[in-house]
Design a protein around this ligand. Structure first.
Ligand code: FAD
Length: 422
């Protein structure tokens, strides 16, 4: 056993991005992860969107009412499984309290700065690497089928513009000229030109390869093995992984929606719930759009990835339940046909459904920073619907914190133990 530098527990998009930026700054890094890029962690089947436009956190005014309305629709994009799990109840109460204008206005500038900085990192990374993951910088269309939905998006466009983001309101004719080969049945849209999309599975593979090329050590943790930490006073002194033991200078917890379990082993209370989402990828779509889009009323994301087309959606709060809810998938399929008349339900017959668990915090902001309890422990999780988008900037910030430097963005709001009951 010898000094292992930074040990990262969890090698999803956040853990690997953190590894990359720390390695680039000359640190020794070991990543211990249940799943690696090839196994498909949560980001791999995601919609692959890089979204500076997403400046409003999940906990926003009206969200509880909207969620309750949607929860009664078996095919709807949101569901919550009634439970007496005390963590879910605590999380839910805090979430309700944060669905306020005050939460949005304090979160918005921070989300904007993080997302714009992260977007720049993606562009840099694509330029350096020859863009194997297909970063497309053409923007995002927020498509609206109803006048009410369009009015709502127009309001949001004004808010986003006030926050300094580019946002354009488009009529259906203007959308047609941007998507001349793709049929849409929509009333209008809002266009966010700064947003991008990419193939997230290829991005993860590229991250993992670069981490290995830079000398990072990446170990797969078998199902039968639990990573354990030994702490002494205010430091994590050992990390055990089966027969291997590491003596870390620093430790980063980045296990996505499972980070709360790992933190609990160190006596840290992290309020985090898994938000399950699905995706369906058409290998040979009848038509392919040029831009990625969100079907706003249906809350479905649509992303062209090379010659394939991915539809992603739903947010189910039901713990880490692995069962596939066919009616939610049906909801995604039906909404595709409503917005895009060329798409029929039968086109999805042979799609293999994918699902993943987004790590969700009660205020919609990530947990990112040093632990209050252990001086050499950092935590990076809770990015919910923006984990891919925010991964590079998260990695950069972790690299700054690991060097005891100011990360250049005020991350006070992201303190990992802000909801801790201990
Ligand atoms: C349907 C869907 C669509 C999405 N679309 C987008 C999008 O377009 N843009 C965007 O920005 N985000 C999107 N997201 C969200 C994004 O995928 C997540 O925020 C992101 O994957 C979280 O990254 P993570 O590294 O924190 O967690 P994960 O990706 O879950 O990775 C965690 C890693 O930790 C490992 N691990 C877990 N427990 C342990 C343990 N005990 N020991 C060792 N290793 C462990 C896991 O194996 C995994 O490799 C989407 C999510 C879903 C479900």
């Amino acid at each position: 056993m010898n000094n292992s530098g930074l040990v990262i527990i969890g090698g999803g998009v956040i853990g690997l991005s953190s590894a990359l930026y720390c390695l680039r700054r000359g640190m020794a890094v070991t990543v211990l992860s249940r799943e690696l890029a090839a196994d498909g962690s949560c980001a791999s089947g995601s919609a692959g969107m890089v979204v500076p436009s997403h400046v409003v956190p999940l906990a926003a005014p009206g969200m509880v009412q909207t969620a309750m309305r949607m929860a009664f629709n078996r095919k709807g994009p949101f569901s919550i499984r009634p439970s007496i799990d005390p963590d879910l109840i605590r999380w839910g109460l805090k979430f309700i309290r944060h669905c306020s204008a005050a939460n949005v206005s304090r979160a918005m500038p921070l989300l904007r700065d993080l997302n714009l900085a992260s977007r720049n990192c993606f562009v840099e990374f694509a330029n350096e690497s020859g863009n194997p993951f297909g970063l497309v910088q053409k923007g995002l269309l927020m498509l609206c089928r109803t006048t009410k939905g369009w009015e709502h998006e127009k309001d949001f466009a004004r808010v986003a513009a006030q926050a300094g983001l580019e946002a354009q309101v488009l009529s259906s004719t203007e959308i047609e000229s941007m998507e001349p080969d793709f049929d849409m049945d929509v009333e209008g849209a809002v266009y966010f030109p700064q947003d991008c999309h990419l193939n997230p599975a290829v991005f993860l593979q590229r991250l993992e390869s670069e981490v290995r090329e830079l000398g990072g050590i990446v170990h797969r943790v078998p199902e039968s093995v639990e990573v354990q930490c030994t702490a002494e006073a205010d430091r994590v002194v050992l990390v055990h992984c089966g027969e291997r033991t590491f003596e870390p200078d620093q430790v980063l917890l980045a296990c996505g929606s499972r980070t709360a379990m790992q933190a609990a082993k160190l006596g840290i209370d992290l309020l985090l719930q898994p938000g399950k989402g699905y995706s369906l990828t058409l290998m040979k779509p009848v038509q392919l759009p040029r831009h990625c889009a969100i079907l706003t009323e249906a809350r479905v994301a649509v992303t062209p990835m090379g010659s394939t087309l991915r539809f992603a959606g739903t947010m189910q709060f039901e713990g880490h339940r692995e069962a596939i809810d066919r009616s939610r998938l049906q909801g995604i399929v039906e909404s595709a046909g409503r917005y895009f008349p060329a798409f029929k339900a039968g086109h999805f017959d042979f799609c293999r459904p994918w699902y993943g668990f987004r790590p969700c915090t009660p205020d919609g902001l990530p947990y990112l920073g040093r632990s209050q309890r252990y001086s050499n422990l950092m935590i990076a999780t809770g990015h919910a619907m923006m984990g891919l988008s925010l991964a590079p900037i998260t990695g950069k910030i972790i690299a700054s914190l690991a060097h005891d430097e100011d990360p250049g963005i005020d991350i006070g709001l992201l303190a990992p133990e802000r909801f801790s009951a201990n």
